[in-house]
Design a protein around this ligand. Structure first.
Ligand code: ADP
Length: 383
């Protein structure tokens, strides 16, 4: 409460009910009114001084009901439970405090009480380094969100449907290659192994797509358990050693003598770390090194996946966790990627409340870091 009052003071927001509309030429007014998105301009006290027709249409108000009113009071932002968002958390407040533009998707309450989904960008208007007001541009994204939801539903349905025929392909290919249906010649076995490899990749892709749709719709089920991190990394190391061996990569697991324990969902954590290790092995040429390391400092565990591979070009660093991104230096060399792995990894990391970041230099190597709250358990304590 005290914090909110302090913020209100710093913002120079006041709930005064009179405000002078900003003066401007007819052209400026015409420009403002003809912008296709909703635009609201406030003065330095947060009072609405201008609002254009699309903004009125989205919110369902008349102009005279808003002009001169204190923005946070009349334009109410709602959280997912339908409760009003506090002043301190409103983008307009944060924009005033930081002096930066803020873009977000949120819910506004229309005059008739109904919520409307909007994408907004609010920016402070600065004159000689002093905020003299704010400008907010926004648009109704209800339709976009509905299309997104339908798209996710379609991907999820299609992926489920693909699984059934795929498992038949895998089962029968395995039976054939293992000689259950009579002996085979080496070229026939080779062809079947290619089929098995391709269907395994397709299976992984389907899992990734399903996980992404679950993540995007916020429906990933998290089942926290007590997890011995060293043991989990051991499992990952064992499962992926054959990939390293095939490429003559020196794949080491380095962990502290004490145990490191945390409460988290082991399956989700395994998905995250396996993805990082698979990338390290994929983007490291033959005879390189990949280290999987665990350490604990303070109350947090740090898992490092370090490789001596292709690296990520500096120009691409900002895009690494975005959907479908593949860096230009790997596209030609390694054709089997989708650019979905790290997007999923980042979303899953958020679900677990962890942090993820990386350092990389092209042609030298990459290190991904993952941290999560954890505790050290002396080795002699049985886990
Ligand atoms: P994919 O590997 O399927 O292309 P990811 O989402 O897992 O997709 O990774 C996105 C991109 O990030 C990769 O295409 C690659 O350019 C880069 N990348 C990820 N990990 C590494 C790594 N260990 N070394 C070099 N580049 C990497």
């Amino acid at each position: 409460m005290a914090e909110a009052r302090k913020t209100q003071k710093r913002l120079r927001f006041s709930n005064a009910d009179t405000a002078q509309p900003a003066q401007g030429s007819v052209e400026v007014q015409a420009l403002f009114d003809s912008i296709g998105d909703g635009v609201i301009m406030t003065d330095e006290f947060g009072r609405i001084v201008r609002i254009n027709p699309p903004a009125l249409a989205i919110l369902g108000f008349k102009e005279e009901e808003l002009i001169g009113q204190w923005f946070p009071k009349v334009i109410v932002s709602l959280d997912e439970q339908g409760k009003p968002v506090g002043l301190i958390d409103r983008p307009i407040s944060r924009s005033f405090l930081t002096g930066k533009s803020i873009s977000e998707k949120l819910l506004y309450r229309r005059k008739d009480g109904q919520p409307v989904s909007v994408a907004i960008t609010v920016s402070p208007m600065m004159v000689r380094n002093r905020p003299v007001g704010a400008i907010q541009v926004f648009r109704d994204i209800t339709l976009e969100q509905e299309v997104d939801r339908m798209k996710s539903e379609f991907i999820s349905l299609a992926s489920h449907q693909l699984r059934t025929p795929l498992s038949a392909i895998k089962t029968y290919s395995h039976m054939l290659v293992d000689g259950f249906m009579g002996p085979l010649e080496p070229p026939q076995k080779k062809a079947l192994r290619t089929i098995i490899g391709a269907s395994n990749r397709m299976n992984e892709l389907i899992s990734t797509l399903l996980n992404i749709t679950r993540m995007e719709s916020g429906s990933i089920a998290v089942t926290p358990k007590y997890v011995n991190l060293g043991r989990l990394l051991d499992e990952i190391h064992d499962e992926l050693t054959h990939v390293a061996t095939n490429k003559d990569i020196n794949f080491k697991l380095i962990q502290p003598t004490d145990n490191v324990a945390t409460r988290t969902d082991p399956l989700i954590l395994k998905e995250i770390i396996s993805n990082l290790v698979m990338n390290a092995l994929k983007y490291t040429p033959n005879e390189g090194n990949v280290d999987l390391m665990l350490s604990i400092k303070g109350g947090s565990a740090l898992i490092k996946v370090k490789d001596t591979g292709l690296g990520i070009p500096k120009l691409s660093h900002d895009q690494v966790f975005t959907k479908f991104f593949r860096a230009p230096n790997v596209i030609k060399r390694e054709t089997t990627g989708t650019g979905l792995g790290l997007y999923l990894v980042r979303g899953l990391t958020e679900v677990l409340g962890g942090k993820i970041w990386f350092e990389s230099e092209e042609n030298k190597g990459t290190t991904f870091y993952f941290s999560l709250a954890a505790q050290r358990i002396p080795r002699k304590v049985k886990m």
